[in-house]
Design a protein around this ligand. Structure first.
Ligand code: GLU
Length: 390
């Protein structure tokens, strides 16, 4: 068995017996979910999907749609225009709280219902169908396959969505929502009713993990800056009123939904998703969280752990007839530039002045401009003849 699949199966087995919590009941269709379903998927940089458990079971995406619709409006109108309508602070309140910023009426962030409704209100289109089409196109690009709406969950949501409608009316009274309330709300209910599997969610997460590039299709779905903005908001607000503790304990940007899905992102490493319908009191999947938390712990994925590769590019030194060649690969960030300079300074001590060094940077995967400026400035001060090839 593939060692990663074996590790995933082990994680699944470890959480399987926990039957605490209960499926969401406030939307009648969700209350009928099979509570024992359990699935887990991971997608890495080459776009290979690995999954275990009930990985073919489709469920509605619910709140996990929020970061992806946010990504769409950020791409269309930019961060400042979005932030005029919705904030970026964790609310510390339940996902459906009737709570808006004093005076402006802005919701706290795009991950609570009010903020998501305001965000969905910014999607362009003449009617619900056109707006839903745009959202489906965006989420499908993130997932790498065509997604569709579950009509019966949509009807169930719409027929019980009075609290969300109330939020829509309140925000429209402040001008935070321009669209007619029914248009924004019906689009929002349809967005929440898009069907996905845990494999889809893992691909969607991986597209954010790799800076907006879908590793399955190779398509650029959103700009790197948009992916970064979305991940920042997921880090602080993605797990309802458990977001702070989640960041502390698990350390990955994540988003959960009331149908039992959870997705999480290890930037530049993996997109992860889990599915199990029983929820805790915050509305987060009990076993879904346990899966992601265990994976993060076992694979050392906490964002705030030291990650040496950032400060340590690969430096390969070889001797040629033309002098020494230093090949750099990996990432040249600020700390990494410092390491390269340290290697050059050590060489300067042992080599005669005027020695020739070729610094070959063609294999660097990523170079940060400030690191390059620092490196170039210092190169001029060294007593060797250094050629820099990029
Ligand atoms: N459709 C759900 C609602 O707005 C989404 C909530 C969620 O997944 O948190 O009530």
């Amino acid at each position: 068995m593939d060692p990663i699949v074996a590790l995933m199966q082990q994680v699944l087995d470890d959480v399987e017996d926990d039957d605490s919590g209960a499926p969401a009941s406030y939307i009648p269709e969700l209350a009928e979910a099979e509570p024992d379903h359990l699935a887990f998927a991971v997608v890495g940089p080459r776009g290979q999907i690995r999954s275990v458990g009930d990985d073919e079971v489709a469920f509605t995406i619910q709140s996990i749609s929020k970061p992806f619709v946010l990504a769409h409006v950020l791409s269309e109108i930019g961060l400042d225009a979005v932030m005029q309508r919705v904030g970026t602070e964790p609310s510390g309140e339940p996902f459906n709280a009737i709570s808006l910023e004093e005076n402006t009426g802005r919701p706290a962030n795009p991950m609570v219902n009010a903020g998501a409704i305001a965000t969905t209100g910014l999607v362009a289109g003449a009617d619900v169908d056109e707006r839903t089409e745009t959202i489906l196109r965006t989420l499908s690009a993130f997932a790498g396959r065509d997604l569709r709406v579950d009509e019966s969950v949509y009807r169930s949501e719409s027929s019980t969505g009075d609290r969300n409608r109330a939020l829509g009316h309140l925000m429209r009274s402040y001008g935070v929502v321009d669209a007619p309330v029914e248009l924004a709300l019906e689009t929002y209910f349809r967005q929440c009713s898009i069907l996905v599997t845990v494999r889809d969610l893992a691909v969607m997460a991986s597209t954010l993990a790799f800076g907006g590039m879908n590793p399955l299709t190779g398509d650029r779905v959103v700009e790197e800056r948009v992916a970064r903005n979305v991940l920042s908001i997921m880090s602080s607000c993605g797990m309802y009123d458990f977001s702070g503790e989640w960041l502390l304990r698990v350390g990955l940007p994540a988003k959960s939904g009331v149908s039992g899905g959870v997705l999480a992102v290890a930037p530049s490493q993996f997109g992860v998703a889990a599915f199990s319908p029983r929820l805790d009191r915050h509305g987060n999947s009990v076993r879904g969280q346990a899966i992601v938390a265990t994976l993060s712990e076992r694979m050392g994925m906490h964002l705030l752990e030291p990650h040496e590769s950032i400060s340590q590019p690969i430096v390969d030194i070889s001797e040629t007839d033309d002098g020494r060649v230093i090949r750099l690969s990996g990432e040249l960030g600020f700390a990494a530039a410092e390491r390269v300079l340290a290697v050059l300074r050590d060489l300067a001590v042992v080599l005669p002045d005027g020695s020739v060094i070729h610094l070959d940077a063609r294999e660097l995967a990523r170079t940060h401009p400030a690191a390059l400026v620092a490196l170039r400035t210092e190169l001029d001060a060294l007593p060797m003849r250094i050629s820099y090839v990029e």
